[in-house]
Design a protein. Structure first.
Ligand SMILES: [Zn+2]
Length: 458
């Protein structure tokens, strides 16, 4: 009996020892995990300017984050940007932080670093027991470029005469490649485009004044380099005065009766409202949405001059409305709305063939609210022409057209009372008067002569 209980005691001790050892192995196995911390960082540009903020997110699911170190190495010197330790907790001493968003701002001048190549280095460790308790680590290094000098802008064109609702062209050179440069007119930015692949190839920018911008509007060139350094340069320009006409449009019940059914799909439940309310919704809200849709089209342009010479006006047509006419809308003798007409209305015979005003590529061919069936041509470098109220469209998006090619037929789709062509010229996102583009001597004096200096249209 004594022998038996002694055996049982030893068996029990053995079992406990096995359990303790197994538990020890399990803990060891868990705490010795070999998953390195994760670093999520996007370096969209490796150029660091006067000030650069790096945002990242660190994570370590299994053991938790222990330490992060970030530094810059340049000319054999090390500059610490950030060092941060995270606490451990619990009897297993795991990290209490498993996920951490971090941002660090780098100001090379304050760190005493000069312009040139440098190495960004980063080490992140976790609370794993691996490597005799040192943990797993993630090491990253990235070659970067410190550049704190703003780009130099040299304007190559001399005269820039412009009026409200008018266009001008500037050509300039930059001392380094810049992802963003162009002319700012008041609050509106017109992006410039480089004419070739080489760093010293000139940039070209069509810029415009909106019809309602005044004499005294600030016009300057801007350039931002890869490191985010920005330069501004004034350049000689002369703003001419310009006045626009006033016009009154009487909305009749007959017009509403004939037009509103076309807009029913866009009005949805509003088509139950009084016809004049439906009209106001179209004239204000749909007009605004259509303008935004056109802005999206004209934000994308070809870096090419697709056109040559004077722009073609609809042959044999009479002008019914002018660019920037200040329109007052009346209904039953009362003023109900004000809008500005941003094109020229040209009337000819019904369903007249509409020629492309100049060479371009077809950027848009769709039905667009108040504009009805619409074609937009990209003439290159942000210059567009727009043809609205068409009864038919004869071109497809992406197609190249020459001056005079028939792109469609006039009509009265959209918010048009009778058959006519609504013709607009657009520079980036600003509507300009087509009269300048229909005038051969204006084009020669203000545009072509400048383009010839950099080898276009010789
Ligand atoms: Zn019109």
């Amino acid at each position: 009996m004594k022998e038996k209980s002694k055996n049982r005691k030893w068996q029990f001790i053995g079992l406990v020892a096995v359990c303790v050892f197994t538990a020890f192995l399990v803990v060891l196995f868990i705490r010795m995990e070999k998953e390195a911390p994760q670093v999520d960082i996007t370096l969209d540009s490796t150029a660091f300017g006067v000030e650069r903020t790096l945002s990242m997110s660190l994570s370590d699911e299994k053991s938790g984050l222990k330490k992060v170190w970030i530094g810059l190495f340049k000319d054999g010197k090390e500059k610490k940007l950030l060092e941060k330790a995270f606490p451990a907790s619990g009897w297993l001493r795991k990290g209490s932080v498993s996920h951490m968003p971090l941002s660090v701002t780098v100001k090379p001048k304050e760190l005493g670093l000069t312009d040139g190549e440098a190495m960004l280095r980063m080490v992140v460790t976790d609370y794993s027991w691996r490597s005799w308790g040192k943990g797993n680590h993630t090491y990253m290094e990235k070659q970067i470029q410190i550049d704190t000098k703003p780009p130099r802008i040299e304007v190559l064109t001399d005269a820039h005469n412009i009026s409200p609702g008018g266009t001008a062209l500037a050509i300039y050179q930059l001392s380094e490649t810049c992802p963003k440069s162009g002319v700012r007119v008041g609050d509106t930015f017109f992006p410039g485009h480089q004419t070739g692949q080489d760093a010293d190839d000139p940039y070209l920018v069509f810029f415009a004044m909106a019809y309602n911008q005044k004499k005294g509007t600030a016009i300057r060139l801007e350039a931002t380099d890869m490191a985010g350094n920005q330069s501004r340069a004034g350049f000689y320009h002369y703003i001419k005065k310009k006045a626009f006409r006033k016009d009154t449009i009487r909305i009749s019940d007959g017009f509403l009766d004939s037009k509103l059914p076309e807009f029913e799909p866009l009005l949805a439940r509003r088509s139950q409202q009084p016809p004049i309310d439906q009209f106001l919704y179209i004239n204000r809200d749909i007009r605004k949405a259509n303008k935004q849709a056109i802005d999206r089209v004209t934000a994308v342009t070809d870096n090419a001059i697709h056109w040559d010479g004077v722009f073609k006006r609809l042959p044999g047509s009479a002008t019914r409305s002018r660019f920037a006419d200040q329109r007052t809308y009346t209904y039953k003798g009362k003023t109900i709305d004000h809008q500005v007409h941003l094109g020229e209305d040209l009337a000819s015979n019904s369903r007249s063939p509409v020629p492309a005003a100049n060479g371009g590529s077809v950027a848009f061919t769709e039905y667009l609210g108040i504009y009805g069936n619409t074609v937009i041509l990209d003439h290159g470098f942000g210059l567009f022409s727009l043809y609205a109220h068409l009864s038919g469209i004869d071109v497809e998006k992406g197609q190249a057209v020459k001056r005079g090619d028939i792109i469609g037929r006039t009509g009265k789709t959209g918010l048009a009372g009778g058959d006519h062509l609504h013709f607009s010229m657009v520079v980036h996102n600003t509507y300009v008067t087509p009269l300048e583009w229909w005038d051969a001597s204006w084009i020669k004096n203000n545009i072509s002569t400048k383009l010839q200096t950099i080898g276009y249209g010789e």
